[in-house]
Design a protein around this ligand. Structure first.
Ligand code: DMJ
Length: 584
């Protein structure tokens, strides 16, 4: 190496340098001695600069890789919004609330297990990791972990767990239970479960599969699940998956009317009506708007929002019975099927839910949807809400043959309505909706409480003629319970807005009934008969909505913090996936 003095230093490598190592070190020492003090000092300073530079590069890279899944094109979150997920929520007392640094009386102790996952907690959800976990929430977390363990052992990567036969069920082959669970896991703060679920989505969730899927189900469960966890975690990988899925679903909307076909092959991208009918379900074509709109807002591409807004506009223009809609609609003609049933249960339910929620999602700007919602609730009161003869329980029945015959039948699905009504009053709609919600919720509670298992059947009939002293009865074919969430969902909304802890207590009773009659060695199972506590006839199926909705709403319901999931910031889709509220 030759060093030349002057204003600057030049480093050259002598060709002999690569030959004999002993010779090299001797000549280096000789050269060093020949240098002036000034030259040596300059080299010291120069060397120090290089070391500092190297150190900075290494530590900066470490910081970047420790922010799990940090996408290249997403800004690294500031330290004060980075919160470690906890391994066990009972560590909550050790948690540092976001946005505050260690303070005199708040000593943050790192738990013994090394926390290797840092998650970007979006500003939308600062309460998630700062709220104290209650004993009841702990019990729900145990339930979730139990279900997850069974799913992981016997059904990992498949849609649903069959907990009794120790197998799995594939509906669409999209790992539904994993995708549907991501935000539940996140909200519960389960670090390890989140990591394994996130890894599976990253490596194994692909949509180029040659399989027909249902637009609505995949939208609320998969698209909604991916978007929700994207917003909560800030991890762009989830958004990229959502965009791929959204693109594959878009051909559903290439019908003669704007109404989408119900099914599509994700690989060939060919859409079609259901195999069993020429029509789509009304609730299905009107329960995709929150997700597609959010996909547009999150990705910056308006094409998704455009197609679903057309559907809403189109349905808005159709003739209705005081705001109530038939449950079938044809994608080619764009018309309702004449004489089809009007119900707030199966195939009708979430049409009404998304009228309100779209208005909320868009910062209360799409007023025609609010007006349709208001008209529909008046229609419900006028045509569908009736009381039982013995004790005057209010329920929502159905209109058959296009509105000619009343049927005193209510699906468990209809029990979502009190929650939606309560949300409506929270965002400024009339207070008498809350009164209706309270009464309906009481009836829904009775559908549980009047069964020996304390679990509601899928369908309940009501006594409006007064033929005996029973308010309600259940037909044998309707006596199953699929671990559905709707009643718990409504309890949570009502607790949020009224603060009445009776709703928490009701939820606790139902949770204990789930524990007693549906918990099995490898998870939780649907049951065939809620009317016989001695033999509930396990059906060997744990649907993904049990993880996505039922356990999530129970966890939220049992929190003492009514801002754990802030309903002024989030609107929650039909599968319990929170999405952000926008201003327009
Ligand atoms: C869920 O998939 C959704 O809540 C849907 O809107 C209705 N049914 C199930 C749960 O019961």
């Amino acid at each position: 190496m030759v060093l030349r003095g002057g204003d600057h230093i030049t480093l050259n490598v002598d060709s002999s340098y690569n030959q004999d190592p002993t010779k090299k070190s001797k000549s280096l020492r000789r050269l060093w001695r020949q240098l002036s003090r000034c030259q040596r000092s300059t080299i010291y300073i120069f060397g120090a600069f290089i070391i500092c530079g190297l150190f900075y590069v290494v530590t900066d890279n470490d910081a970047k890789t420790s922010v799990v899944n940090q996408p290249e094109d997403v800004e690294i979150p500031k330290k004060d919004v980075l919160v470690n997920m906890r391994n066990d929520p009972r560590d909550v007392d050790n948690e540092l609330p976001p946005n505050i640094g260690p303070q005199e009386n708040h000593v943050l102790e790192e738990p013994e297990d090394t926390r290797n996952v840092d998650i970007n907690v979006n500003n939308l959800s600062p309460h998630i990791f700062s709220s104290k976990v209650t004993k009841r929430q702990e019990a729900v977390i145990d339930a979730f972990k139990h279900a997850w363990k069974g799913y992981k052992t016997y059904a990992w990567g498949h849609d649903h767990l069959k907990p009794i036969s120790e197998g799995y069920h594939d509906w669409f082959g999209l790992g539904l239970s994993i995708v549907d669970s991501l935000d539940t896991i996140y909200i519960m703060g389960l670090k390890n479960e989140f990591q394994e679920a996130r890894d599976w989505v990253d490596k194994h969730l692909h949509f180029d599969i040659n399989r027909d899927v249902n637009l609505f189900e995949v939208t609320i469960r998969v698209l909604g699940g991916l978007l929700s966890i994207y917003h909560l975690s800030g991890d762009r990988m989830f958004l990229n998956k959502a965009i791929d899925l959204g693109d594959r679903l878009l051909p559903c909307f290439e019908s003669e009317s704007s109404v989408p076909f119900s099914d599509i092959n994700l690989f060939t991208r060919k859409a079609h009506a259901p195999k069993w009918s020429p029509d789509s379900s009304t609730s299905e074509v009107t329960t995709i708007q929150l997700e597609f709109r959010d996909l547009s807002r999150a990705s910056g591409n308006p094409k998704y929002e455009k197609v679903v807004a057309n559907v809403s506009r189109h349905v808005h223009g159709l003739e209705k019975t005081d705001g109530l809609v038939p449950i079938f609609i044809n994608a080619n003609t764009g018309q309702f099927r004449s004489y089809s049933t009007i119900t707030l249960g199966a195939r009708g339910d979430s049409y009404y839910e998304y009228l309100l929620k779209q208005w909320v999602q868009t910062g209360k700007t799409m007023d025609y949807l609010r007006d349709d919602y208001m008209e529909a609730i008046s229609g419900v009161e006028k045509h569908l809400a009736k009381r039982t003869a013995p004790n005057g329980f209010l329920f929502i029945g159905e209109l058959l043959v296009g509105g000619k015959d009343f049927k005193p039948k209510m699906d468990h699905l209809t029990c979502y309505l009190p929650g939606t009504l309560a949300l409506g009053t929270h965002v400024g709609l009339p207070n008498d909706h809350l009164k209706l919600a309270e009464e309906l919720l009481t009836t829904c509670y009775q559908t549980y409480a009047q069964q020996p298992t304390f679990l509601a059947p899928e369908i309940t009939y009501f006594n409006i003629q007064g033929e005996n002293s029973n308010d309600m009865y259940v037909k044998s074919n309707d006596a199953h319970n699929l671990l559905r969430p709707e009643f718990i969902e409504s309890l949570w909304y009502m607790y949020q807005f009224t603060g009445n802890s009776t709703y928490q207590d009701w939820g606790w009773q139902i949770f204990q009934a789930f524990e007693k009659y549906t918990r099995v060695a490898n998870g939780y199972t649907s049951i065939g008969n809620v009317k016989n506590a001695a033999n509930v006839r396990p059906k060997d199926m744990m649907e993904s909505f049990f993880l996505s909705e039922t356990l999530k709403y129970l966890y939220l319901l049992f929190s003492d913090d009514t801002k754990l999931l802030d309903l002024d910031k989030f609107v929650i889709n039909s599968e319990a996936h929170p999405l952000p509220i926008y201003q327009t």
